[in-house]
Design a binder for this molecule. Sequence first.
Ligand SMILES: [Zn+2]
Length: 118
Amino acid sequence: MAKKNQVRNIGIPGINPPSDTCNDKYCPFHGKISIRGRLFEGVVVSDKPTRTVVVKWERRVYFPKYERFEKRFTKVNAHAPKCLHIKKDDKVIIGECRPLSKTKKFVVLAKVGENERT
Ligand SMILES: [Zn+2]
């Protein structure tokens, strides 16, 4: 049996566990979710659903005809454990995990700063 308040090592270098704790079973540090797959850095555009945030980031797609890049955005739902206190306009790192619901398959791992723009 795992002790309460025990922090798991999520196996990703450079990401420190939060100082707070939580009882969220989908928390990568205090729950049972393991991170595998890809990591992304993005900005939280909505924190309205409980324990879920919408994270958006930019990618560039090359157009050979115009020899230019077009900006495109990716938006995903990510699970935000309470111990991280994620709010709107936060810059976060998210990691891929198993599907948590129909649209959620990412978990917020860390807050890396705040975005200036809306
Ligand atoms: Zn937690």
